[in-house]
Design a protein around this ligand. Structure first.
Ligand SMILES: Nc1ncnc2c1ncn2[C@@H]1O[C@H](COP(=O)(O)OP(=O)(O)OP(=O)(O)O)[C@@H](O)[C@H]1O
Ligand SMILES: [Mg+2]
Length: 252
């Protein structure tokens, strides 16, 4: 019980990453134009915008793969799950999953053991020795995600993780990712062009304009988890997001 005079105040969440008035260009092509964005520790933020509006560029900035042309980027150690799964075709599923550990200097045996611990929970049990070509698109994405998770960085940058999957597999993978993040909470910056995916998974949805990308709206998603796609709150948010995207000149 609180003593008289005590005030119960939630401690302000620490920000894991903060972009301030960031601009980025490739020669004459302006990709991002004055983007400011903060993600709190443990928060899942989705970034939605039309193709070419600078979403992948934004993740490159957060992961330190390129520097902004103007503005500032501050981010905790972040790992990128790239838009294409990036699995190495000659490595087994197990070795692909443990790749980030190997790059960090962990021995093959320990990397395999660490990856193996997660295979069953990731729906990959029995496929440890399979090569990427022998796996379905959904399985490949799960391995790519496991590799990202095992990198052990506090911030995960996911670039359209399910963009290449068919609608049914994508829906299954979205539910799977939501459950995985409940089990293993992380700070996540999730890039997608799928508004439904954004409101299903994120605590907050940031909408970008067509190129050069600018933030046109931010929508908090307060619906409790586990979430249902048909939840009227989520349906209304999808409508609001689509409306804001269309008004900015782009639709996801
Ligand atoms: N390496 C590069 N060299 C030149 N231009 C680039 C390069 N990478 C991106 N661009 C340009 O910058 C803009 C933003 O690209 P980016 O890949 O960040 O967009 P995106 O929002 O991720 O698009 P998509 O949804 O199609 O993945 C595009 O117009 C693209 O042509
Ligand atoms: Mg992209």
């Amino acid at each position: 019980m609180l003593a008289q005079g005590d005030i119960e105040v939630a401690a302000p969440a620490r920000s894991s990453l903060a972009l301030e008035d960031v601009r980025a260009a490739y020669g004459p092509v302006r990709a991002l134009d004055g983007v400011s964005l903060t993600v709190a520790e443990g928060e899942v933020v989705a970034v939605v915008g039309p193709s070419g509006c600078g979403k992948s560029t934004l993740l490159d900035l957060v992961c330190g793969l390129r520097a902004p042309d103007a503005g500032t980027v501050r981010a905790d150690d972040a790992v990128l799950m790239p838009q294409r799964d990036g699995l190495l075709p000659w490595l087994s599923a197990l070795d692909n999953a443990g790749l980030a550990l190997r790059v960090a200097g962990v021995s093959r045996e320990v990397a395999r053991a660490r990856a193996r611990e997660h295979f069953a929970a990731f729906g990959l049990g029995g496929f440890e020795a399979a090569r990427p070509a022998q796996l379905s698109g959904g399985m490949r994405q799960r391995i790519a995600f496991l590799r990202t998770l095992l990198a052990g960085r506090p911030v995960l940058c996911l670039d359209e993780p399910f963009g290449a999957l068919d609608a049914l597999t994508r829906a299954q993978m979205q539910d799977w990712l939501a459950a995985t993040l409940e089990r293993e909470p992380r700070t996540v910056l999730l890039v997608t062009h799928d508004v439904e995916e954004a409101v299903l998974l994120a605590d907050r949805v940031v909408l970008l304009s067509p190129r050069p990308g600018r933030v046109v709206a931010e929508l908090p998603v307060t619906a409790v988890r586990p979430r249902r796609r048909a939840d009227p709150e989520l349906v209304a948010l999808r409508e609001a997001a689509m409306h804001a995207l269309k008004a900015s000149g782009g639709a996801a």
